[in-house]
Design a protein around this ligand. Structure first.
Ligand code: SAH
Ligand code: SF4
Length: 356
């Protein structure tokens, strides 16, 4: 029998499962701040309770199968879950740390962890490698939380180190909303991984009804919408689910979503050569996002063997970006971090399976 992980539970949930309830807080301290790997080290927990915990929950559900570091500092992990399935997690290091002549840190490196929420994905986008393997299962809350915890441990990052979380790994986060919400709560908890909601971004392919549900949960997280197309015909070709949740329904849901006054909704736009990289599309995009506090992130399509799509030219990317900027939209181009370690989601997993 596979035991659940203790990382599955919010502090409140854990407190209902063990006696006395205040021990939940101590266990949180050991697991999330001291990075304890076994119950034996939890010295302020009575031996009998430690025994009970050992029989009920494992601590770490992840086994590192593979770790690849790109020349730009990006690290990609392939983890094995207790049932033998595998997922990917990526650590992006945005800026190098800078120190002054006395050795004092003047600028911290910015860390972002890209987390998976499912093994496989049901949405079936035509450009996505994760979709090719179909859907296997949802991750539990603890399997989501564990990815952040493992990356912190592996990189010697202190418990309170400031960092960002993006739910942009494998899977559709809103298709696993209950576990996602618990994971967000555990990651937010000051006694958990202490990364505030403001620093967590949920990326979705646009399940409008679930965007509303997430909004109502009021977790204080940001959303990123994988828009990728400005008309429904092309969007349905790229993301079949667009038939049920079309562009208009997504835009409406975004307008209802609670957004921090200083923040913007991110729209991801995957640029594919000769599909959506023309100025006519850029023009429609400006119109579509009119009245929304939006930020557009242009992503180069990252090709893989067997795909029918191609990467756009840098010239077309820049032209597209310039059009948006001159028409009042904030727009960045996502630099292809870690391209030499197959960084598009699903590509490390694929590589390992081929070699097995
Ligand atoms: N399911 C969610 C989150 C995971 S996918 C979503 O779709 O938003 C995370 C991002 O990776 C999405 O924006 C997706 O468009 C992008 N992506 C998928 N395949 C890609 C590829 N081959 N090249 C570049 N980006 C890709
Ligand atoms: Fe799923 Fe996102 Fe890939 Fe689409 S892009 S198949 S929603 S993981």
């Amino acid at each position: 029998m596979i035991l659940p992980t203790i990382l599955d539970y919010t502090k409140e949930q854990l407190a209902t499962q063990i006696k006395p309830a205040f021990r939940a807080k101590q266990i949180y301290g050991w697991v999330y701040h001291q990075y304890a790997e076994s119950y034996d080290t939890m010295q302020n927990i009575p031996k009998s309770l430690r025994e009970e915990l050992r029989g009920k929950y494992i601590i770490n559900p992840l086994n590192t199968l593979r770790k690849e570091e790109a020349t730009d500092g990006t690290i990609k992990y392939l983890y094995e879950l207790p049932d033998g399935k595998t997922i990917e997690t990526v650590l992006l290091r945005m800026k190098e740390e800078k120190t002054d002549e006395t050795g004092k840190i003047t600028q911290e490196a910015k860390y972002t962890v890209c987390v998976s929420t499912q093994v496989g994905c049901k949405v079936g986008c035509s450009f996505c490698l994760t979709a090719k393997g179909g859907f296997t299962r949802d991750l539990t809350a603890g399997e989501i939380v564990a990815q952040v915890l493992e990356v912190k441990k592996d990189n010697d990052l202190a418990a309170h180190r400031r960092m960002n979380i993006v739910y942009m790994g494998m899977g559709e986060p809103l298709d696993n909303l209950d576990n996602l919400a618990n994971a967000i709560k555990i990651i937010k908890d000051e006694e958990g991984l202490c990364i505030s909601g403001k620093r967590q971004t949920v990326s979705t392919s646009g399940i409008s009804s679930k965007i509303d549900k997430l909004g109502k949960m009021d977790l204080g997280v940001h959303i990123a919408i994988s828009l990728h197309a400005v008309d429904d015909e092309l969007r349905t070709e790229l993301i079949p689910m667009n038939k049920a949740y079309n562009i208009a329904s997504i835009i409406d849901a975004v307008k209802r979503f609670p957004i921090d006054a200083r923040k913007r909704v991110m729209f991801e736009y995957l640029v594919i050569q000769d599909k959506n990289d023309d100025i006519a599309s850029a023009k429609k995009l400006v119109k579509l996002l009119h009245g929304i506090k939006a930020k557009v992130n242009l992503i180069y399509f990252n090709p893989y063997p067997g795909t029918e799509y191609a990467r756009p030219t840098p010239q077309d990317m820049v032209k597209f970006q310039e059009y948006l900027i001159t028409h009042g939209l904030l727009c960045t181009i996502r630099d292809s971090k870690g391209i030499d370690i197959s960084a598009a989601c699903g590509q490390l997993k694929e590589k390992t399976e081929e070699e097995r």
